[in-house]
Design a protein around this ligand. Sequence first.
Ligand SMILES: [Zn+2]
Length: 289
Amino acid sequence: MNGHMNSEAEIAIIGGSGVYDAAMLEDAKEVDVDTPFGKPSDAITVGTFEDRRIAFLPRHGKGHRISPSRLNSRANIYALKKLGVSRIISASAVGSLKLELKPLDLVIPDQIFDRTKTRESTFFDEGIVVHIGFADPFCPELSTLLFDLITEKGYNVHNGGTYVCMEGPQFSTRAESKVYQSLGFDIIGMTALPEAKLAREAEMCYSMIATVTDYDVWHEEDVNIETVIQNAMKNEAAVRDIIRSAIPRIPAGQECICGIGLAGAILTPMDKVPIETKRKLELLLKKYA
Ligand SMILES: [Zn+2]
């Protein structure tokens, strides 16, 4: 049932269309993937780069059509799992909550603070209870690899930081922004969740390259939308460059702790899990059946 697509790709990039370099992949093709949670944001481009199988998923669909609150993240992550992906590099544009995190800087966040409200954020909600560890929401191995590589390449990159994930689509009020800042948070965006949670539940490594476009509104400065767009484009070019260097360095196979996240986390005895749920989540549960 699922088996035929299992090794289409091992590493996935999720980001804006500007993060995908069409010239990068050999034998690129678009695949239309179906999941028990519906369709992902768009067709997924798969192809080969330096002998590695890569998948690219435009998070908001081609043409940036899907608002952060409306993203079907369960379908997005499940579709990548179905293609055989074990590691995800996510790119996300963020606002800065700290003076030292300047526009055009890069951050490899190590924490998330959840301020989302309306999003489906688990695969396990029908007759099965799973409490998975999420104390460290990003893959430590992949995050270290990215930070070291980005440092070597000479970009301004910050190791660690707390990403506040807000619901949006409106930006924060000045009061909210000042509260986040006073709590010591570093960056703010709308897309890290529930992606990171779902990737953990699907036992995939998930790391983020957060790219600072501007200071959030705590910083009393008129933000020029043109500058923000220009910064976003420069950031996307940086991410394309980083991804090309990162892929050959990523170890083949997946031996980090993300690959065994569900071990001990499934509370419901398997013989009590409804057959429909088992069937729906076969891809995630088969190891533990
Ligand atoms: Zn990992």
